[in-house]
Design a protein around this ligand. Structure first.
Ligand code: FAD
Length: 526
């Protein structure tokens, strides 16, 4: 008799989601987590006494509100803040900033007034162009095994839509798509930069790299709309609520409990997962084991290649994870004063999230430097002041601030990691000083994290925040492992994947955890 019905490895938001769904159905569930906190790459942490920072994810960008109902999260204390504007993208003083108002009428008014009628038409046409992709994503979102994208495209009756889907899902660069609707490289530079920064998010690509259109489409269609939702109390408040739901349904969590390996034995149908072995040697058995870890961590490190079919193991080894970035967390004793063309950012509801993305070509230059393993001269950076939206994150009169920048060298020369990370942090700060000369004087404490931190802390391969890059050959039925087509199930019976490495993809979505649990329940027999 097994100790548990189900063991879930990892108390990130997806592991917790899978656990909560299974426990609610009456299964005896244990979640084991290597760190001593929940949330994984989406956690609220007290990095500095009295302040709370969202470490890793910071906003629900691709999260659908239906998850709140499905998991009853409002009952367990989740409160979401919808900011008045999601971003304010700036660049050259000659270019008007691009502000993402949550209210669509206000957004339209802003684009019309500051960027012109061709910008508003271009953005609307881009939305229409991507709409067929959104329709198929919607149809496949809750599938345990998404249909192969090739099949979906082949079965699309209309030739023009097929061509569009081929471009979006395979061949086009994000710039190829964007230039159809905003063709002038000199006009709308902040809008172009903003869209392109989303396109390269979670990829090892630049804005002109064929295949980058897919991440652009994902970012604009995977969530409800492109509005940011912020959990009150920081991003970890989502995992806190899911954990409360899980515990409320009788689940059990063990922190500081690192899994060394899965217990795998020969069964009548081939290899079977029987439980886990912890780092301290303890063995715990279960009828089903769910892993919220990425594919290389799950299959090569915890399962072991010897238990896998040769082709499957080869595909796992080929998964791409190269993803360099920094996240710089700070405390401030006052807010900076924005000057010149960015005076508008002194309105806190706009200035809470600023993004230095002067143009698509600027991003391209960052990408070229990154490929040469250099620190970008002026890194594309998102700088946000979460406690402006949510004062519970900082003591009265003080503030939290975080900068996230893409393209930190993925493979710095030996011994250069710390020097490079400090250099990149200083350059990212400089980009804010350009518009707020007193910014440096506001900073009290700071810590700089890179992909190395996320790799060491959460065991995610190469520190890739996408848990497997969002490249065309790593999405849909090819996620988590190309050529397998098994969805959340794996070649090892009773070993099920349930994290962001799976369909539909990365981000704080709860979807992989939810879908994986449904798949377990589909065939569950007491
Ligand atoms: C800097 C950064 C910024 C991001 N920004 C956003 C954003 O704004 N919005 C957004 O939607 N997404 C964002 N993301 C991506 C998002 O955070 C992830 O896609 C998501 O959190 C993945 O959740 P998960 O539960 O699938 O996996 P994880 O969060 O990786 O959880 C896996 C858990 O397993 C644990 N674990 C690992 N190995 C073991 C082991 N051997 N034994 C036991 N436990 C183990 C880990 O400690 C971890 O808690 C960001 C990520 C990063 C790093």
């Amino acid at each position: 008799m097994a100790d548990y019905d189900a063991i879930v490895v990892g108390a990130g938001h997806n592991g917790l989601t899978a656990g909560a769904v299974l426990a609610k159905k009456g299964l005896k569930v244990l979640i084991v987590e290597k760190t001593n906190w929940n949330g994984g790459m989406a956690a609220s942490k007290e990095l500095f006494k009295g302040f709370k920072h969202s470490v890793g994810a910071w906003a629900l960008l691709v999260f659908r509100r239906e998850m709140i109902e499905l998991l009853e999260l409002d009952k367990y204390g989740l409160e979401l803040i919808t900011p008045e504007s999601s971003y304010c993208v700036f660049g050259d003083p000659a270019d008007p900033p691009f502000i993402g108002y949550s209210d669509t009428a206000k957004m339209a008014e802003h684009v019309m007034e500051k960027h012109g009628v061709d910008a508003i038409q271009g953005l609307a046409q881009l939305g229409e162009y991507i709409a067929p992709y959104k329709a198929i994503l919607d149809a496949e979102l809750d599938k345990a095994v998404p249909r192969p994208i090739e099949q979906i495209i082949a079965e699309t009756p209309d030739a023009e839509t097929r061509e569009r889907l081929i471009k979006i899902c395979y061949s086009a660069s994000a710039m190829d798509i964007l230039r159809m609707f905003l063709p002038d490289p000199e006009k709308h530079r902040c809008i172009q930069g903003s869209l392109m920064a989303s396109a390269i998010d979670g990829t090892h690509m630049g804005p002109y790299t064929p295949g980058s259109a897919l991440s652009l489409a994902y970012h604009y269609t995977a969530g409800d709309a492109y509005d940011f939702k912020i959990p009150k109390g920081g991003i970890g408040a989502l995992s806190d609520a899911i954990e409360q739901a899980f515990l409320g349904h009788g689940g059990e969590v063990r922190y500081k409990t690192q899994v060394k390996s899965f217990i795998i034995e020969d069964g009548p149908n081939g290899k079977e997962a029987k439980g886990i072995e912890l780092k301290n040697g303890e063995k715990i058995t279960a009828k089903v084991v769910l892993s919220s870890l990425d594919a290389q961590s799950s299959f090569l490190r915890l399962a072991g290649e010897e238990h896998l079919p040769y082709d499957f193991a080869s595909s796992v080894k080929e998964i791409k994870y190269t993803n360099g970035y920094i996240q710089l967390h700070m405390t401030l004793d006052k807010l900076p004063t924005f000057t010149g063309h960015m005076e508008i950012a002194n309105e806190n509801k706009i200035g809470w999230l600023l993004a230095c993305i002067p143009s698509a070509d600027h991003l391209q230059k960052n990408w070229e430097q990154y490929q040469r393993n250099e620190v970008p001269d002026k890194p594309v950076s998102y700088c946000y002041f979460p406690s402006v939206m949510d004062p519970s994150l900082a003591p009265e009169g003080k503030y939290t601030c975080t900068i996230f920048s893409h393209y930190f060298p993925a493979d710095p020369p030996p011994g250069k990691h710390n020097e490079y990370k400090d250099l990149m942090a200083e350059r990212a700060i400089d980009a804010i000083v350009d518009i707020a000369p007193d910014f440096r004087d506001c900073i009290v404490d700071k810590v700089v994290l890179t992909q190395e931190y996320f790799k060491k802390t959460f065991g995610v391969t190469a520190g890739d925040f996408a848990s497997g890059l969002m490249h065309p050959d790593q999405m849909w039925d090819k996620r988590p492992v190309a050529g397998w087509g098994g969805g959340y199930r794996t070649p090892i019976e009773n070993l099920v994947m349930c994290g962001a490495a799976c369909h539909p993809g990365p981000g704080v979505t709860c979807r992989p955890g939810y879908n994986a649990a449904q798949e377990v329940l589909r065939t569950w027999e007491d």
